[in-house]
Ligand binder design. Structure first.
Ligand code: IPM
Ligand code: MG
Length: 356
């Protein structure tokens, strides 16, 4: 069987500790399900930048590209200039590897994790497809009369028909493959951001190719409201890069918070990147208190992407069992120590499979 080659960028803050647990689970899954993984670790992140002034050198980038998948811990340090390392590492990979889908499953595994009154696991089960290479993130911005009273700052929201189409197509395909409500909701703000009319038209045209899938629409402000009030209305939602950034943080909260939410940055068929949604949380770094569950869920997504579906589902099922049985008492900071959670998941995974 083909070996899975994973490039690992543990990054900053809590990144290294949660990544270490994610890798333990990856190794255990490989052992239990009989596949092999070759991991190559890269030191990039803010600390590396402070020490070497190097962000993500070209030769390393070329090497990373040769892998099947990338596992990223977290990037960001308040001592670094705003956005420098994030753009140099995360955005560089998103853009230069053309990772055009940001896949963010929002699934509630246990009622106790949900801050919404009366909502149960069957009510919170959706996937948000965030377009990942365009919009306000495309990097087209500028300043004139900088630091003068009449300074002007602009940032252009860029949408290409190809970029919009490929995100929408992925959403329809996901709804079909999930086979749940078979519904795609377009989230935009085309009533105010008139350029987003391209999304309205592209969505309507593509929906004709998917007669088996229902369509729905919500302006982003209303979508935030409905995700809190009636999350059960959502199955698959597709949206722009910036709105996707925002609504998926909201989504993370209704599934239990940053301690559990994971995402994939995909270019289907090519090297893709998997990460917890949370940031580097510097104040918790090095204390062994951060929840590694989000990174473990990112590992589960990575394995699914790399064709190890059974292993992926076993990891997800293990997290779910640990939560519903109460052995895992939550995914908040300090509920369990970081490595204790890793051990719990590894042991449960091995025992379900009758190994060890
Ligand atoms: C995310 C993050 C990034 C984003 C930051 C770190 C640039 O918030 O992955 O959601 O805005 O995309
Ligand atoms: Mg974000």
């Amino acid at each position: 069987m083909k070996e899975i080659q994973v490039a690992v960028v543990a990054g900053d803050g809590i990144g290294p500790e949660v990544t270490a647990q994610g890798l333990r689970v990856l190794d255990a899954a490989a052992e239990v399900f009989g596949f092999s993984v070759k991991k190559t670790e890269y030191p990039f992140g803010s600390e590396h930048y402070f020490q070497t002034k190097e962000i993500f050198p070209d030769d390393a980038f070329e090497e990373v590209k040769q892998h099947d998948a990338i596992l990223l811990g977290a990037i960001g340090d308040p001592r670094a200039p705003v956005g420098l390392i994030e753009y140099g590492i995360i955005a560089k990979m998103r853009f230069e590897l053309d990772l055009y889908i940001n896949l963010r499953p929002i699934k509630l595994y246990d009622e106790r994790l949900c801050p919404l009154k009366g909502k149960k696991p069957e009510d919170v089960d959706m996937v948000i497809i965030r377009e990942n290479t365009e919009d306000a993130y495309a990097g087209m911005h500028g300043f004139c009369h900088k630091d003068q009273p009449l300074e002007v700052a602009t940032q252009t929201m860029v949408y290409t028909r190809e970029g919009v189409d490929r995100a929408i197509r992925y959403a329809f395909e996901t709804a079909r493959a999930r086979n749940k409500r078979k519904q795609v909701t377009l989230i935009d703000k085309a009533n105010a951001v008139r350029a987003q009319d391209i999304w309205t038209r592209a969505f309507e045209e593509m929906s004709r190719e998917y007669p088996d899938i229902k369509t729905d629409h919500a302006y982003v402000d209303a979508a935030c409201m409905w995700m809190v009030k009636n999350p059960e209305w959502f199955d698959v939602a597709v949206t722009t890069n910036l709105f996707g950034d925002i609504v998926t943080d909201l989504g993370a909260m209704i599934q239990g918070g940053m301690g559990i939410a994971a995402s994939g940055n995909l270019h289907p068929g090519k090297v893709s990147l998997f990460e917890p949604i949370h940031g580097s949380a510097p104040k918790h770094a090095g204390k062994n208190v951060a929840s590694p569950v989000a990174t473990i869920m990112a590992v589960s997504m990575l394995l699914d992407y790399c064709g190890q579906r059974e292993a992926s589902q076993a990891i997800e099922g293990t997290i779910q069992d640990l939560l519903t049985s109460g052995r895992l008492k939550g995914v908040g900071t300090g509920v369990h120590s970081t490595d204790e959670v890793g051990t719990m998941v590894v042991e449960a995974l091995r025992s379900t499979a009758g190994v060890g």
